[in-house]
Write a protein that binds this ligand. Sequence first.
Ligand code: GUN
Ligand code: ZN
Length: 440
Amino acid sequence: MSVHFATTAIRGRFLDIQNIVTDPRKIQEQVRYIEDGLLITQNGKIQWFGTWEQGQSELNPRIEVQHYPEQLIVPGFIDTHIHFPQTEMVGAYGEQLLEWLNTYTFPTEIQFKDPDYSKKIAGFFVNELLKNGTTTALVFCTVHPESVDALFEAATAKNMRLIAGKVLMDRHAPEALTDTAETGYQESKNLIEKWHGKGRNLYAITPRFAPTSTPEQLEKAGQLKAEYPDVYVHTHLSENKNEIAWVKELFPKRQGYLDVYHHYGLTGAQSVFAHCVHLEDEEWQCMHDTDSAIAFCPTSNLFLGSGLFPLKRAWQAGVKVGLGTDIGAGTSFNQLQTLNEAYKVQQLQGEKLSAFESLYHATLGGAKALNLDDQLGNFEVGKEADFVVLDLNATALQQLRQSNAKNIEDTFFALMMLGDDRNIAATYVYGQAAYVKETF
Ligand code: GUN
Ligand code: ZN
């Protein structure tokens, strides 16, 4: 990047996960907690990280150190599935997936044909991500290329690493929200040329889900992925039982829901499938064999009554999992709240989700799911300097609970259970403060 980003030096308590794991029992060994640490960034990257004691000699005396003695600093949260045009319809009452789409979602998304409206909501959306400590997201736009331009422009203004794409949808939706196999292909191609790899922006080919694309459209999507192998594929999979039955009716020749995507060349190391609540055995195997990733969206799965995501099964199958808010079926932009619900989804299945595993999914594990773990997810020197300063005591109740915390694991767990956007003191993107809480 040609723009120069100033050097930043941050002193405080740092917590991150050092390496990717394939077994959740190994996460504890990868936890790095530095009570009095120093992080130096230069040109948006982490230049030095370690203890304050060791780091002082590294510091240029002219650089002012930003000191957060009471807070906890973690890598920026990564949201692996969210819809920016659904920001305004979060919390829509009463329906499950297919009725919810027809009743609330499609009428809302029609408005994004208007570039000014797209810009207005894109600006709000990006601010809301930062206010919640989310520094990277994989985002659905609408079928309109205008919505993609608006979002990438808003993300570029904040130097965020964002992945997004235009929805492909050529059937089973209102006319005003559909493209065709050919126009969807061409518009996506133009957007890839315009945005993919420009600054920190990355493009995702985004068929909404199998029921709203004809076989011809999925074929063209696969062709596009073959032409641009380093772009992403982002879609929904196996979220709701009626949806799955519908896919089986629409694609009788395919072995199952995932096989529809796999058949058209849409699985792979940069393919992210939201939900995967009801996968069958062969589908788990295919997810593993193709190195495809899942976005686990607990608040959405509970809100739409879709089901309980089997996280343990994903670990056993060796499938990458990131955390998704899935706004507007999900009910919060905040990854602490999302982890709170993720914990309860596991409890309902007799499983435990530890604080450190939670941190893993929200940071390094999310980066791995997006195939960006060489650039994001922890404080390794050379990675991009995206991080969050967490206030542990944003309310009287939190203060009381945290004063009784046994150790850093308990501290983070209590934060997950009680925390929300009030706990985000500051969000740093590419080494610079992109959000600072007003009352902080
Ligand atoms: N499946 C197809 N479209 C959508 C959507 O917008 N939200 C969710 N949660 N699932 C979907
Ligand atoms: Zn979704």
